[in-house]
Write a protein that binds this ligand. Structure first.
Ligand code: ACO
Length: 321
């Protein structure tokens, strides 16, 4: 039996933190009190002009590869979860392969599942490795959501940030991914979407993120609790055997409600939303890397990684780190 284990993690945030007060100073009609009381967000990072998802992915990947103690050339599969790719094509994963100087003609592709993207990408990578077709995967969440925000819509622009997180997942004789579950229900597409497209040299429709915040909130709390229970059941464990919960970092109230519903103590829930805002597919690997590097998550511990986002999509992966 071939299993897949996380060999190393890395992350990258562009520039200096942009605080809520900085947004007010930039002319957005909001306040630190409004944003932090409703969302828990105090700051986010915004990619400077010219910096794209592949740039962020490259930095996060270099750190994950170093932590894994391998060479970039050892990687034979790259999956990048992103909804803000550099281009319509080629994929950000193909660009990343080239940036990392990988010339082994391994597979590289993007996954588009918005804020669940990392859970989707990790699940796919695990199946490639377990099948024996690939030995070492780079799984990345990288986003420049600042590029698809309507900076005149204060109801959305204050919520998101840019960043990237990465892991190296490699073949092992010991299980590292204990269970996973992925879901989607496309009938909820209108409550969170970027409904524009490009055709005939023009943007057709609306190129900005649009959201029904209250509908998203209710949906997110329900499915994050359900899918966490699902993976714990599938692994034959109980919730009190879980060491850490890393939910998608959209809003501290969603994170706290999910932890409470699951009966997981607040001090076992990793929350980075106050510093990063919502970085969509990057939020889970960013939080994982932070908690690994600050020593909270240790080898052998069981961690639920779970996301929910546009589509609607949702999913969870239970790992033994
Ligand atoms: N600053 C100040 N006032 C604001 C702001 C702002 N940034 N944004 C909206 N308001 C005002 C509105 O204009 C409105 O004013 P009015 O009552 O005079 O009309 C008032 O605040 C309330 O607006 P609502 O949109 O009803 O605010 P709500 O209490 O629902 O909070 C929020 C909005 C924070 C988005 C909430 O719905 C929420 O947390 N939803 C979850 C959505 C989420 O986290 N999405 C992330 C992406 S999805 C994902 O990642 C899964």
């Amino acid at each position: 039996m071939i299993y897949a284990r996380i060999a190393g993690t890395g992350s990258y945030l562009p520039g200096e933190p942009v605080t809520n007060d900085d947004l007010v100073a930039r002319g957005i009609e909001t306040s630190d009190e409004w944003i932090s009381s409703r969302t828990g967000i105090r700051a986010r990072h915004l990619a400077p002009e010219g910096v794209s998802a592949s740039d962020l992915a490259e930095q996060a990947s270099l750190r994950a590869i170093e932590a894994a103690g391998c060479e970039a050339g050892d990687i034979d599969l790259i999956i990048v979860a992103t909804s803000t790719p550099d281009f319509i094509f080629p994929s950000t994963a193909a660009l990343l392969q080239s940036r990392l100087g990988i010339r082994n003609e391994g597979a590289a592709f993007d996954v588009q599942a918005v804020c669940s993207g990392f859970a989707y990408a990790l699940t796919v990578a695990e199946k490639f490795i377990a099948s024996g077709s690939h030995k070492r995967a780079l799984v990345v969440g990288a986003e420049t959501f600042s590029r698809i925000l309507d900076w005149n819509d204060r109801g959305t622009c204050v919520l998101f940030g840019d960043g990237a997180g990465a892991i190296v997942l490699e073949a092992s004789d010991r299980p590292g991914v204990l269970a996973s579950a992925l879901h989607a229900d496309g009938s909820h597409s209108p409550i969170l979407c970027v409904p524009g497209t490009v055709a005939a040299g023009q943007v057709l429709g609306d190129p900005f993120l649009r959201m029904d915040g209250q509908a998203v909130f209710k949906f997110a709390v329900k499915v994050l609790a359900d899918v966490a229970n699902e993976v714990v059941d599938r692994a034959g464990l109980s919730m009190d055997e879980i060491d850490w919960l890393i939910p998608h970092q959209a809003n501290i109230r969603i994170i706290n409600s999910t932890g409470k519903k699951l009966g997981i103590d607040a001090d076992k829930v990793i929350a980075t939303v106050s510093m990063h805002g919502n970085t969509s597919a990057a939020s889970i690997p960013l939080a994982l890397d932070l908690a690994v590097r600050d020593g909270r998550i240790k080898r052998g511990q069981k961690v639920i990684l779970e996301g929910v986002g546009g589509g609607f999509t949702w999913g969870a992966v239970l790992i033994e780190y």
